[in-house]
Design a protein around this ligand. Structure first.
Ligand code: 3HC
Length: 311
């Protein structure tokens, strides 16, 4: 790619112009967007599994309805994101195949088990809370289709976060056993949620380019800190404690200082050695096989309609 075109492209980015599918773009820009949007889409689809695990066991019809709506939303988020990735010239089937074969990344957080109902509260409150922190800036991403997909995703995420925090509130104000469930869920989900934001800035190989191209508006550590600052007071309001003895409020910076994250655990999960990686892939492959007849029927119906229209 000649320097002139690269310079003109960067000038558009610097001028806060949106890059659209038919615009010229550097191959590296296209590739990193396909990488990130595909993983984002895979995260939404795999994220349906830990939550779906509790639809049949929700404690009330109201909780079941909210959880059904949330899981359905996640499927829709995956759809928008695979569609956004397709505008960059990659077929959805190719991306789905990469996920099913175990060759694609998705957010580490979904490789942890949902052991009690309180986990559904913790996921809504913490996981969707972290996702909101990460997805609000993506609404201003330089690539048009990705930014626009994020607008609706963020609206739905705030419902997800709200219903999760309400579940935690009811449990935290409930019986001793319920409070213990809420505390146990916070203990197990807190550190994996901090890992959702990615490795520390010094070890993030994509941040420089993604920041220059205004895909990433804040660094991994900046978003992680924003999430900690927003979430710790919410946990304290519920009378819950965080599993971090080093956690303390720093008056000088007005930030909550937190302890060291176990990056060995993070790397193990990314390698496929998390608690549920194999289960998640097996479940995805089973669902894909069981759903083949639906795809075939939809394609056959579309073909019949096409023939009728052409006749
Ligand atoms: N899980 C899995 N892989 C991760 C990760 C995580 N939590 N954090 C980082 N990685 C990977 C990166 O993909 C990259 O690997 P790759 O080169 O094979 O893609 C490597 O670790 C180095 O990380 P970088 O910081 O250099 O990578 P990025 O610049 O891509 O930053 C990110 C990572 C912040 C997750 C960024 O990719 C991003 O913003 N992605 C889109 C949003 C997203 O996926 N959010 C999490 C899930 S959203 C969700 O769950 C929806 C809600 O319904 C719960």
């Amino acid at each position: 790619e000649d320097a002139g075109r690269l310079g003109a492209f960067q000038a558009r980015i610097d001028a806060e112009q949106k890059i659209e599918p038919n615009d010229w773009m550097p191959e590296a820009y296209r590739r990193t967007l396909i990488r990130q949007i595909a993983q984002h889409a895979h995260s939404e689809i795999v994220g349906m599994l830990p939550e779906g695990n509790w639809i049949t066991r929700a404690p009330s019809l109201r909780r079941k309805a909210a959880l059904l709506a949330k899981v359905q939303d996640e499927g829709g988020h995956g759809l928008y994101l695979y569609a956004a990735a397709e505008t960059l010239g990659v077929a959805r089937e190719t991306l789905v195949e990469q996920l099913l074969s175990g060759g694609a990344k998705y957010s580490s957080i979904f490789n942890y088990p949902t052991l009690t109902w309180a986990d559904i509260g913790a996921i809504g409150w913490l996981v969707d809370g972290a996702a909101i922190m990460n997805q609000i800036p993506l609404c201003r991403c330089s690539y048009g289709p990705y930014a626009r997909a994020m607008i609706r995703v963020c609206k739905e995420e705030s419902f997800h976060q709200r219903q999760g925090y309400e579940i935690m509130t009811v449990l935290a104000r409930g019986t001793t056993a319920q409070r213990a469930m809420a505390q146990d869920a916070l203990d197990r989900w807190w550190w994996p949620c901090l890992m959702m934001f990615g490795p520390p800035d010094g070890e993030s190989q994509h941040s420089d380019a993604s920041t220059r191209w205004k895909i990433k508006r804040f660094s991994n550590d900046e978003l992680r800190q924003k999430f900690v600052d927003a979430t710790v007071p919410q946990g304290h309001y519920l009378g819950l404690s965080f599993p971090d003895p080093a956690l303390r409020f720093d008056e000088a910076t007005s930030h909550w200082h937190y302890g060291a994250i176990d990056w060995d655990e993070f790397r193990a999960v990314l390698r496929g050695d998390g608690p549920c990686n194999r289960d998640r892939l097996a479940a995805r492959n089973r669902a894909h096989e069981n759903g083949a007849w639906v795809r075939e029927a939809a394609l056959a119906f579309a073909e019949k309609r096409r023939r009728k229209a052409a006749a």
